[in-house]
Design a protein around this ligand. Structure first.
Ligand code: BGC
Length: 392
């Protein structure tokens, strides 16, 4: 990997559909319109990042961050097959230039859970043709912004997308079918592999990875629980990495939690360590274990592309951040090649099926007035960045 961008990246992350507002042309908006989200709110206007990005960049800079992870919304840039929206391209160009003008390094995700309606209607990730459609989008984005962007993530958490979309019928396209799951898995792997080659072909100075949700699985009690836990671990953590290892310059690690496993397929948090969201357990040490594992088995540089906790639940996001940083530091001392850390998330935003109720922001957002207020976790993050500095 070329050592062009060798300073430690301290950042925060967002994704287009969760913050921009106005994304009316993708499968998630159809899902929301059909009343499928719980709790209050939809993705529009959310934090209306589309109109507030300049001031939000200032908020990011005020924390001392020197990097920003965001995604480019496929349905905005390519609203119908073959059509490229000049307005959307201009929006992302100005976003990237504004970041660069503030000495903030962009980390760009090309797919963060949403598909354009025309892609979803053609069968989404089950359709082999979606790989070509995605590559056309990738070619457009990298052609426009390749000179300004060094760090690319092809796909965000393909394991989460596949599990919730194709096995648990919890997210669009609401499928519960192993054969259809396998088809989507194969196409997503292919999409990453070919996007990796394409980005390198178009841009000689870049680093390409994907954002992998890594979770610790631990057997609950019995030997059978252990077998089941190993199977979960293989499917969740290992499979995608093994299939893409030769097409990765670095790995994005999104870390949140540990799961206990009992035979045959049950996963759950330790009853005393429940966070109160998404069956998560409070287990910051898992970050250390994931980083050590990537070093041992894959020898890849890592960006921690997501880490954080929601507010108002049983875990304190400030403590979770401080503990997480401690574990990350230990991993680095023991030789893990970590190049950056991105807190999830810069702003409260649209938390998918859970709507606007679950709030992860370093800044609290009033979704009516669009006012942003720095939270304690934001203050502590800024302090941490100041103490450690950019040489980490
Ligand atoms: C996703 C984000 C999401 C976060 C918190 C990650 O799995 O990439 O989009 O908001 O977790 O649930």
């Amino acid at each position: 990997m070329p050592a062009v961008e060798d300073k430690f990246l301290w950042g925060a992350a967002i994704s287009a559909h969760q913050v921009e507002g106005g994304n009316f042309n993708n499968d998630w908006w159809l899902f929301e319109k059909a009343g499928m989200t719980f709790g209050e709110g939809t993705s529009h206007p959310s934090c209306d990042f589309f109109h507030h990005y300049k001031s939000d960049i200032n908020l990011l800079g005020a924390l001392g961050c020197n990097a920003f992870r965001f995604s480019v919304e496929w349905s905005r840039v390519v609203p119908s097959p073959g059509e490229v929206s000049a307005e959307a391209v201009e929006f992302y160009r100005d976003l990237i230039f504004s970041l660069r003008a503030s000495q903030i390094t962009p980390l760009v995700t090309l797919h963060h859970f949403t598909n354009p309606v025309w892609v979803a209607e053609a069968g989404g990730w089950e359709n082999e043709g979606t790989v070509d459609s995605f590559l056309h989008f990738v070619e457009t984005v990298v052609g426009e912004f390749g000179e300004e962007v060094y760090w690319w993530l092809t796909v965000n958490e393909p394991n989460v997308l596949l599990l919730l979309g194709y096995l648990l019928a919890y997210w669009p396209p609401l499928v519960r079918n192993v054969i259809r799951f396998r088809r989507a898995l194969r196409n997503l792997i292919e999409a990453h592999r070919r996007a990796y080659d394409l980005i390198h072909q178009l841009d000689s100075s870049c680093a390409v990875g994907f954002a992998h949700n890594m979770t610790i699985f631990e057997p609950w009690r019995t030997a059978l629980d252990k077998v089941s836990s190993q199977a979960h671990d293989y499917l969740w953590n290992k499979l995608l990495l093994d299939k893409t290892r030769d097409k990765l310059d670095f790995l994005g690690v999104n870390y949140y939690t540990r799961q206990r496993v009992s035979f045959p397929l049950k996963t759950f948090p330790h009853p005393e360590k429940r966070v109160g969201f998404a069956e998560w357990e409070e287990y910051p040490a898992g970050l250390y274990r994931c980083l050590k594992r990537v070093k041992k088995n894959y020898q890849l540089p890592v960006l921690v592309t997501e880490y954080g906790m929601p507010h108002g639940l049983k875990v304190n996001p400030v403590e979770y951040l401080q503990k997480g940083w401690g574990f990350l530091k230990n991993a680095m001392r023991e030789g893990c090649d970590v190049r950056g850390f991105f807190y999830w998330s810069l702003l409260d935003n649209f938390e998918w099926r859970e709507g606007l109720a679950v709030r992860f922001g370093l800044y609290k957002v009033n979704f009516n007035s669009q006012e942003r207020t720095l939270r304690e976790v934001g203050r502590q993050y800024a302090k941490l960045i100041e103490q450690i500095g950019l040489d980490a």
